[in-house]
Design a binder for this molecule. Structure first.
Ligand code: GRF
Length: 186
């Protein structure tokens, strides 16, 4: 089975997925796509010898370039791991229920445009929540809106800062994301 990863952050989740499938041999990451030339993911791709593609914005939103690329690679699952652009309709339709995303909070709360990274954890703390966590969900044409596949929780404590909460949530992401990708490929 073939996995394509879209990632524009540090790439820590992408790295966990790459490691998991290298270790198990159950599937492979065939391509990594990113819209940020300076993203950590390009270094990871180079080290792991996985082809990496810098996404052209115009092509992404108006063309079929990336749909075709993913189809040509016989992609079974498209994984968004820190990818902040909305996925265009043609891509969603080409891979129905085969595009997933991870969000660092318990959707439907703390989702939507602008809710990423530290903004999410700041909002969770400002709202006085007693728990946060992760949501892995299918991707449709709206932000953070598709069907939920998995949620895992962690406590929010009085001494939490956005940094400490981010760390707790990241532990959940790294533990669960590779396993859910594996489950969906079966
Ligand atoms: C993760 O927190 C994920 O939930 C969000 O973007 C972040 C990516 O982090 N969608 P990394 O680049 O995998 O470290």
């Amino acid at each position: 089975k073939n996995i394509a990863i879209f990632a524009s952050g540090t790439g820590s989740n992408a790295q966990k997925i790459i490691d998991h499938f290298r270790n198990t041999g159950l599937a492979r990451v065939t391509v990594i796509l990113s819209n940020k030339a300076e993203a950590g993911i390009f270094k990871i791709a180079e080290r792991e010898q996985i082809p990496a593609v810098l996404i052209d914005k115009e092509q992404f939103f108006r063309g079929d370039t990336y749909v075709k690329l993913l189809q040509d690679l016989d992609t079974d699952l498209v994984v968004l791991a820190g990818f902040l652009w909305k996925v265009p309709a043609n891509l969603v339709q080409a891979f129905p229920n085969r595009i997933i995303n991870i969000h660092p909070a318990l959707l439907p709360k703390f989702g939507g445009k602008g809710m990423y990274g530290h903004f999410v954890h700041e909002a969770v703390l400002a709202a006085g929540e007693t728990e946060s966590g992760i949501t892995i969900h299918y991707v449709n044409e709206k932000y953070d809106d598709g069907g939920v596949i998995l949620q895992e929780r962690c406590p929010v404590t009085a001494d939490d800062t956005p940094e400490t909460l981010a760390r707790k949530v990241q532990v959940l992401e790294h533990r669960w994301f590779p396993l859910i990708v594996e489950r969906l490929l079966k």
